[in-house]
Design a protein around this ligand. Structure first.
Ligand SMILES: [Zn+2]
Length: 263
């Protein structure tokens, strides 16, 4: 059964008529939405020969949500979807966003078309290929013994603190980015940098690269343009943490495990 990943203004459409929300099929989507014009952003496959059992669409944010459905951001949909479906939804959202923002060539301004053999939007005039963008960002847990350095940005929910993060700049290595971001945001220097794990982050197209680093020297001096507070938190006195699906949450849980007494 072909499942459809339909994004309305960036939120995923879920059938909410049963006991648990689920992804609709293409036929259900067409019936519910009255045969809308889906073709302009239809991605009938995952690209590069990947399986073809999913379809993903983007619809305008003012598209009415049909009765029996709801549209959720991916953070909320995370709780409703099986892990494999969530992973696909993340990819689908990234691709929908890419198609919607690459309808015209950024080189010559003419319309593009979806390439049928490559995951690219190709210009109908100058043949320039436009591939999906992935923007690397580092996210770092800075550790000092059994304390972690966490900060909060003004748009976090009240009480939530998280690991520090920032986008990699052109010409910069991941290591350089970690040192620069930490020093800029909180004024401390770090050492003994270790790569941890990564996570695609479709908001809209970043790839978060998680690191652990040890505090080297300096005391906290925040950059108020980036964050509103940063503190050292002991492993047994942590604040509210970010969403469980986030790599930040994973980094902090890993820190708690690693620093467990006797561990
Ligand atoms: Zn062009």
């Amino acid at each position: 059964m072909t499942r459809s990943f339909v994004f309305i203004g960036g939120r995923l459409l879920l059938d909410d008529s049963g006991s648990t929300p689920r992804l609709p099929t293409r036929a259900e989507v067409e019936q519910a939405l009255g045969h809308p014009d889906l073709s302009s952003v239809r991605l009938p496959d995952g690209g590069e020969g990947r399986p073809t059992d999913l379809e993903t669409y983007g619809l305008a944010s003012d598209t009415p949500i049909p009765p029996g459905y709801r549209a959720e951001g991916l953070r909320t949909a995370f709780h409703a979807l099986a892990p494999a479906d969530f992973q696909t939804a993340r990819r689908a959202k990234h691709l929908v966003e890419w198609v919607e923002t690459h309808r015209f060539c950024s080189r010559c301004g003419k319309p593009t078309r979806r390439d049928t053999t490559h995951l690219s939007m190709t210009c109908t005039s100058c043949e320039q290929r436009h591939f999906p963008r992935v923007a690397p960002a580092v996210i770092v847990l800075v550790q000092r013994g059994d304390e972690a350095l966490l900060g909060r940005s003004p748009h976090f929910a009240p009480g939530v603190y998280s690991t520090l993060a920032g986008f990699v700049e052109p010409g910069e290595s991941l290591e350089e980015c970690v040192h620069r971001e930490i020093e800029e945001e909180v004024g401390v220097r770090v050492t003994n940098l270790r790569y941890w794990q990564s996570q695609p982050h479709p908001f809209p197209h970043s790839l978060m690269l998680g690191f652990v680093a040890d505090w080297a020297d300096g005391s906290i001096r925040i950059d108020p343009r980036e964050i509103e507070d940063a503190r050292w938190f002991r492993r047994d006195a942590l604040p509210d943490l970010p969403h469980p699906m986030s790599i930040a949450h994973g980094l902090i849980q890993d820190f708690v495990r690693r620093t467990a007494p006797g561990g």
